[in-house]
Write a protein that binds this ligand. Structure first.
Ligand code: ADP
Ligand code: MG
Length: 700
């Protein structure tokens, strides 16, 4: 497998690169082998058949080609400020071309009255167009004849060292001239390549760097994207199929006393249609004989807790116990209280176990867990410690999954000989493409309907200059007996200044709202202190809570109707959405006010406007994925992908991903262990790609 030889070839041994350039490429672009460079793809292509006329330049210009001659060269300025300014004419108009470096070399390399093709980004100043450090081609050189040329991602530093897109292209061409490249075999089974009319691998690599037309570039890219996505899917599906084939689950056949009596007598309100549907899906899973692994997605406030309770009741009806895990003590306590309020009247024994549960209570819990009299254990990480044992754990619900590491979830597995059914609840609306890729065969249920009577949160973007108006709004709400959150960013890199502005903010709020009590929490506080402040707010003794994102998850104070988020531009969209979910939990109209400096860029403004234009978490998550890429997506960063994608994008290549998934499924249907001769190159490639990665298909 010669692609492996390219993987094993350090860049400095590639012809024309050498140790100095290799070092630079490694530092700046993270490229360390010939393979890395081969997989450093152009981000886009320049149509070299399109020549712009200088006369037609206007507004914001893209990178363009112009064809013409230098009229004059002049050295301007002194010392470090010295630059070379040339006048360039294409017959329609003239522009300036400016160089700040390598002046002498350039002065010698180019002549007047000779035709060149310039490639660069024109900018206008005072009615005059200029181009700084363009790439320059002699139209008679062979390189200039290439109709489409890739534009490679570069860093500022590389540009300063005069490494251009063209240099990268030449280095890649060098690799393609080697016998190692020549020997590359296609890892995709020929059947798939044929059926889907994919470009063969070597051809695709050639064309992606050096396409003859836009259409060919597109086909080459699609082929390479497909391969990446296919490998990803095949890897996940292979493990998850193996897992589900081997994991026997409790078979919950009956819907009995607990479920029925709760449903008929204690249900606090009619279920929404979505809640009903999801419970049905879960019931079917639990009766399949295999272990359930289901992700329950539902926007904040959609009523996941009730679904969790009813699911746990089915476990009880079938002689099993259940547990519910939450990431923090506050959340666990809230869940415990909610579940107790609903379940205790129906005769269900529910207990809370956290890090601060006293030993005596712990002992009682352990005793009841083993004699089976404890039905539901709610808690934090404390529940998954090895010394906590159940008589028969049949159902584990995990709330806000992204706070639990994979290893911690794996511990649930070992609590009983038959693993419990697992329901992971999340309010992070993971887009389908991402869920499919990260979780493989994990089933997904979605609660896509809010309980009736909810008013969507009104989201407003306000600038620092409008602060008075914002405070007046808070005042009005407080006078109506409502409560308000004021949220500040607290980010590791800026911890010191952030803490400072948080404390300043707190004292300003205390001064401004003298008639009210203001609670104050942040992640750096001791847990006991934090809990004390939180309960002040939760109980209504404090009317304002100044906080950091510690309140992001699960806090339930329906009387809080306003949230002000300071420096909103510094938060990710998904995070803003999570925060916003803390208001609008009661029947009253709620508001989320995003505060920002007036001087934010266009992109930031657009980002914040997504928040003001929709309350749909999926729309927000999709937008976030598109703008920031999957690695950054809140809540999925931890789950991540097992490999880096070089060319495919989960945000934009959804249809291709589905196609890849179908192809992988079909292949595994026919050859579950990939033992056929045709699959050998595939296995080798998967080994090279995934050997060091984690088995993500095991979500618990
Ligand atoms: P989340 O999905 O964010 O965990 P919760 O389970 O906390 O949402 O529910 C949010 C609020 O909605 C709770 O106060 C809960 O009592 C209420 N609720 C849940 N289901 C319904 C329903 N079917 N009808 C009316 N209110 C409901
Ligand atoms: Mg919840």
């Amino acid at each position: 497998m010669s692609i492996d030889r390219l993987r094993a070839t350090p860049l400095k041994f590639v012809k024309g690169i050498g140790p100095r350039k290799a070092d630079l490429l490694e530092k700046e672009l993270g490229l360390s082998t010939a393979y890395d460079l081969l997989y450093h793809f152009p981000t886009h292509y320049i149509d070299r058949t399109r020549i712009y006329a200088i006369r037609d330049f206007k507004g914001e210009m893209p990178v363009v080609l112009v064809r013409g001659q230098f009229v004059s060269f002049n050295t301007v300025g002194e010392g470090a400020k010295q630059r070379l300014v040339a006048l360039f004419s294409d017959g329609t108009a003239t522009m300036e071309v400016v160089w700040f470096r390598r002046l002498k070399w350039i002065r010698e390399a180019y002549r007047t009255r000779t035709t060149y093709i310039l490639f660069g980004h024109p900018s206008e100043f005072g009615g005059r167009w200029s181009m700084v450090h363009p790439e320059i081609d002699d139209p008679s050189s062979p390189g200039a004849a290439i109709p489409f040329r890739g534009v490679y991602p570069l860093s500022e530093k590389l540009r300063n060292r005069s490494i251009t897109s063209r240099n990268i292209y030449n280095m890649v061409m060098g690799i393609m001239a080697t016998s190692e490249f020549d020997d590359i075999t296609d890892p995709l089974p020929a059947g798939i390549v044929r059926r889907l009319k994919l470009m063969p691998k070597k051809e695709a690599l050639r064309h992606v760097h050096n396409p003859a037309s836009a259409d060919i570039a597109q086909r080459a890219r699609n082929r390479l994207k497909f391969e990446e996505l296919f490998m990803l899917q095949l890897n996940i599906l292979r493990y998850s199929r193996k897992k589900s084939a081997s994991l026997v689950g409790h078979r919950f056949t009956t819907v009995g006393r607990y479920f029925r009596s709760f449903y008929e007598r204690y249900l606090p309100f009619p279920l929404t249609g979505a809640q009903k549907r999801v419970i049905k899906e879960i019931r079917a899973d639990m009766n399949s004989g295999r272990q359930m692994n289901r992700l329950l997605q539902g926007d904040v406030g959609s009523g996941k807790t009730l679904v969790a309770l009813m699911t746990m009741l089915i476990a009880l009806d079938n002689g099993c116990q259940a547990c519910l895990l939450a990431p923090t003590e506050i959340l666990a306590t809230q869940h415990f209280e909610t579940l107790t309020a609903m379940g205790a009247p129906a005769g269900i024994n529910i207990k809370l176990l956290t890090g601060s549960t006293p030993k005596k209570q712990r002992d009682i819990i352990q005793e009841q867990l083993l004699d089976g009299s404890l039905h539901i254990l709610v808690g934090t990480h404390a529940v998954i410690e090895d010394n906590v044992r159940f008589a028969s754990l049949g159902m584990a619900v995990i709330d806000e999954q992204h706070r639990f590491g994979v290893a911690q979830r794996a511990k649930m597995w070992r609590k009983n000989s038959i693993p419990p059914h697992v329901l992971v609840m999340t309010a992070t609306p993971i887009p389908r493409t991402l869920a499919m890729t990260v979780y493989g065969d994990l089933e997904v249920s979605v609660i896509d309907e809010l309980p009736p009577g909810r008013k969507p949160v009104q989201t407003l973007l306000r600038y620092d200059s409008q602060r008075l108006e914002v405070y007046q709004h808070i005042s009005r709400q407080l006078r109506m007996g409502r409560q308000a959150y004021i949220v500040y960013p607290l980010i590791k890199e800026n911890e010191k200044t952030d803490l400072l502005s948080l404390e300043e903010g707190y004292s300003t709020i205390c001064d401004t709202f003298r008639d009210y009590r203001v609670a104050f929490v942040h992640g750096k506080m001791k847990p006991a202190e934090k809990d004390a402040q939180m309960s002040l707010f939760a109980s209504g003794q404090a009317q304002i809570l100044v906080a950091t994102t510690v309140i992001e998850v699960g806090v339930n104070v329906p009387n809080a109707t306003t949230m002000v988020i300071e420096n909103a531009e510094r938060f990710g969209l998904s995070q803003l959405h999570q925060l916003r979910g803390r208001v609008g939990r009661g029947g009253d109209q709620s508001y989320c006010i995003l505060m920002s400096k007036a001087s934010i860029g266009k992109e930031t403004r657009q980002r914040l406007q997504i928040m003001t234009s929709t309350t749909d978490g999926f729309v927000v998550a999709e937008a976030d994925l598109k703008m920031r890429g999957p690695g950054d997506l809140e809540g999925t960063a931890q789950s991540g992908l097992p490999i880096e994608l070089h060319i495919a994008s989960l945000a934009t290549d959804g249809p291709l991903l589905s196609l890849a998934r179908k192809a992988a499924e079909l292949l595994l249907d026919n050859d579950p262990d990939l033992t056929s001769a045709e699959a050998a190159p595939l296995i080798a490639e998967m080994k090279a790609l995934f050997d060091k990665s984690i088995d993500w298909s095991r979500i618990s």
